[in-house]
Design a protein around this ligand. Structure first.
Ligand code: KG4
Ligand code: ZN
Length: 340
């Protein structure tokens, strides 16, 4: 193993990484921890159903996986013969979706006699920060906010992480998506609410949940939005249309406030000043801005992933796989995906 000036490991390993935990099929080529290509096939089919339909997702993964892998190889200028190891998302996620990526990764590794690394999707969201510079220094805190999870993670090392706070019910992305559903917006609503909120004012306050410790709760917010809209629409059937921007800004402000207050509490409790955000919701412009502002007030070094590394992508799986490769953490052909 060689070390560069930055004390980083280099081993000349080229990894093919696969991510298929939810509705996006993604493949990436990662060489020595650097992402050479990160290709994603989105599944538009779910929009019409207002959410991800597991059976539809799994079929689409089957159709997309080979073209996406070929695309990632081509974009990276790498031949199949140059791949030295394979990394894939083992879970958590939708079982039918995970099975497609897992089976592909296992078959690719078996046919070429390559080492195989199974990756935890949430660990990969955190390690997405190492796809770019500047990289956070250990130990750091990471607020991981996605469609399925909301966690504050104490990251001691690449593969040494502890969840010190998490949601007791809905995830932050789910809160965005469910609120969007109440407003008649398509799925996923998070990016749409972000866009609409830019021209709105957060003038409708929603009560903050009283959750102890570093945990979160978003189900109360969803209920208050529901009752608020019912009451206002009964008085004025055009209420949503007439106030859409302000409603979106209010919902977004509530979610961002809940998230950042707990993150600040975690940083003060632990004394850690290297702080990061990750996951699909970290693409939210209001969260990114408010997080930066809080970081300045609190004296943090803040880390925000580039958009391509916020939502689900195989690049982060390849980066996580690289650190597993360095640690010698491989799995056998008997590995099975896990949903939770
Ligand atoms: O990490 P991700 O791509 O998939 C999961 O692992 O869940 O996160 C998807 C979630 C969805 O709930 C989506 O609405 C939300 O991230 N999201 C956003 C934004 N972009 C994606 N939420 C708010 N604002 C955004 N700009
Ligand atoms: Zn994710």
């Amino acid at each position: 193993m060689a070390f560069t000036d930055e004390g980083q490991h280099t081993m000349n390993v080229t990894i093919l990484a696969i991510e298929s935990s939810c509705d996006d099929t993604s493949a990436a080529i990662v060489r020595d921890g650097a992402v050479l290509s990160n290709c994603i096939a989105n599944q538009e089919a779910h929009r019409q159903y207002g959410g991800v339909v597991p059976e539809v997702a799994s079929r689409a993964h089957q159709a997309n996986i080979i073209p996406v892998v070929d695309w990632a190889l081509k974009k990276a200028g790498v031949a199949k013969e140059d791949i030295n190891a394979v990394a894939f998302t083992r879970g958590p996620g939708l079982m039918g979706s995970l099975l497609v990526g897992t089976s592909f990764a296992k078959a690719f590794a078996l046919s070429r006699n390559l080492p195989l690394m199974e990756v935890n999707h949430l660990q990969a969201h955190v390690l997405a920060h190492f796809a770019e510079t500047p990289k956070p220094r250990f130990p750091f805190l990471c607020l991981t906010v996605s469609g399925g999870h909301t966690q504050i993670v104490w990251v001691r090392d690449f593969l040494d992480m502890e969840i010190i706070g998490e949601t007791l019910d809905d995830a932050a992305g789910e809160a965005f998506d469910k609120a969007g559903k109440l407003l008649g917006l398509g799925y996923p609503a998070g990016p749409l609410i972000d866009k609409l909120a830019r021209e709105g004012q957060p003038r409708f306050p929603f009560p903050e949940p009283a959750v102890p410790s570093l945990n979160f709760s978003f189900s109360g917010l969803k209920t208050s939005i529901l009752y608020f809209l019912k009451k206002e629409v009964a008085a004025n059937p055009l209420f949503i249309e007439e106030n859409l921007h302000d409603i979106c800004a209010s919902i977004q402000t509530s979610i961002v406030t809940i998230l950042l207050k707990k993150l600040r509490k975690a940083a003060r409790q632990t004394g850690i000043r290297e702080v990061a955000i990750a996951g699909g919701v970290s693409a939210n412009s209001a969260l990114r801005q408010a997080f930066e502002e809080m970081g300045q007030q609190e004296g943090w070094a803040t880390y925000i992933p580039a958009f391509q590394y916020c939502t689900d992508n195989a690049g982060m799986i390849g980066v996580a796989g690289y650190y597993k490769y360095l640690a010698g953490e491989f799995c056998g052909q008997d590995v099975a995906p896990y949903a939770r």
